[in-house]
Design a protein around this ligand. Structure first.
Ligand SMILES: Cc1cc2nc3c(=O)[nH]c(=O)nc-3n(C[C@H](O)[C@H](O)[C@H](O)COP(=O)(O)OP(=O)(O)OC[C@H]3O[C@@H](n4cnc5c(N)ncnc54)[C@H](O)[C@@H]3O)c2cc1C
Length: 384
């Protein structure tokens, strides 16, 4: 039987960030249990790597206000790169309703201290990107400190730093059951049994299965998302931000010498589907060429496209903190597509809650599991 102070189930970016934050705050006996032979095979390795503070709810904005500066100083702090590229996010509005929505969000973002966000007139967007079809773009919102990171590098940086300073990572170790015995959890894995007073569920899209092992019904559902990288393409600037067409949700960003295209098909239904559907390519290329006519010339190799899973909650906010029904069992789940960008804040919040029972970063009660039973859901609408 192995003993740990904190056992973290799942070695994706969230489990790795929590390990880093625990160890950096002095809690060394941390064990991360990962079922795969390598880290990143869950959602982290499939992510688009976007990081933004342009959200609609104060708590999501606050989580980004911790996370983005953290990514900006990642290498200095941890000694490993995360490839933060502050190229921005540009939301393009095609209706007065969108304009009012962006203005309301902008006011909240600025009130909370976001400095680099501004509202743009349609003409300004047209002058930035003449390749764009902008006849229907009325205006937009741009934040220059939003941008992209390399999720795999950030995850490895968090975990390597934590391992170098005392944490342990078990790979090829699947958690198969959790029982409680005299105030401790006993975790059965395919490698060995583990005894720990504190367990953190960081199993991403699979977290409802882990919660069930301690008798909790966690409202986290897997939802497929597909991404299409293009072949090299030089008829649109590679300094471009993530550009979001608010009329239909199509968005894209530069990636290598080409672009990465994304669109969340509203017809997608929950389930563990990780196969890429070839018909998606035609759908997304149609949206791409409609917004950027030169994208008609894009070339795509279907073999390079991929699918992964978002972990959705009913209000599109994560579930963070200790279970009231199972003391010592913590959640860090349900990021609803924002787990990479919010992993630094999550690591800080969850490690604060484990070590001191409170955190200054957010009002943690807003994101606790009890909000569902108590009718306190807070809906995020800026989900891509
Ligand atoms: C196509 C796509 C695009 C995305 N784009 C963005 C983006 O631009 N920005 C952003 O912030 N987020 C984005 N996301 C979401 C983001 O990738 C996730 O929110 C984030 O990776 C979640 O991290 P995690 O560590 O919680 O989960 P994961 O990375 O899935 O890690 C969970 C780990 O738990 C392990 N595990 C599961 N069950 C067990 C078990 N029984 N025993 C042991 N280990 C177990 C898994 O193997 C896995 O490694 C995107 C996701 C997808 C799919």
């Amino acid at each position: 039987m192995h003993t740990a102070d904190v056992a973290i189930i799942g070695g994706g970016i969230v489990g790795s960030s929590i390990a880093y934050h625990l160890v950096s705050q002095g809690c060394k006996n941390v064990l991360v249990i990962e079922r795969e032979r390598a880290q990143g095979k869950g959602s982290t390795g499939k992510s688009m790597g976007g990081v933004r503070a342009q959200f609609s709810t104060p708590v999501n904005i606050q989580m980004s206000l911790y996370s983005i500066p953290f990514y900006a100083n990642f290498e200095e702090r941890l000694g490993y790169p995360c490839d933060y590229r502050p190229q921005g996010y540009l939301f393009c509005a095609t209706s007065e309703k969108h304009i009012a929505y962006l203005r309301a969000n902008y006011e909240k973002q600025v009130a909370l201290g976001l400095k680099n966000v501004r509202l743009l007139a349609g003409d300004e967007i047209r002058s930035w990107f003449p390749q764009h079809r902008e006849d229907d773009i009325l205006g937009g919102s741009f934040c220059s400190s939003d941008g992209f990171v390399d999720p795999y590098s950030a995850m490895i940086g968090f975990m390597t730093w934590a391992s170098d300073h005392g944490a342990m990572l078990w790979k090829s170790a699947t958690v198969t059951g959790i029982s409680r015995y005299e105030g401790c959890f006993e975790i059965a894995t395919t490698r060995d049994r583990v005894s720990a007073r504190t367990v953190v569920n960081c199993a991403g899209a699979w977290s409802a299965g882990i919660a069930k092992m301690v008798g909790i019904e966690l409202p986290v559902e897997p939802l497929r998302r597909m991404l299409v990288p293009t072949e090299p393409f030089d008829q649109f600037p590679h300094t471009a931000p993530m550009i979001i067409d608010m009329s239909n949700g199509f968005h894209f960003r530069p990636e290598g010498r080409g672009f990465l295209l994304a669109w969340n098909d509203p017809k997608e239904t929950p389930g563990y589907k990780t196969d890429f559907e070839p018909a998606f390519i035609e759908k997304i290329l149609t949206l791409a060429a409609d917004r950027v006519p030169v994208f008609e010339n894009l070339a795509v190799n279907p073999k390079r496209a991929w699918a992964g899973l978002y972990e959705m909650t009913p209000d599109h906010h994560p579930i963070l903190g200790e279970s009231r029904d199972v003391p010592g069992f913590f959640f860090a789940n349900g990021f609803s597509g924002h787990g990479v960008m919010h992993s630094p804040a999550t690591g800080k919040i969850v490690s604060d809650l484990i070590l001191t029972g409170k955190t200054d970063l957010i009002d943690a009660s807003l994101l606790n599991f009890a909000r569902f039973a108590e009718g306190r859901m807070i809906h995020e609408t800026a989900v891509l």
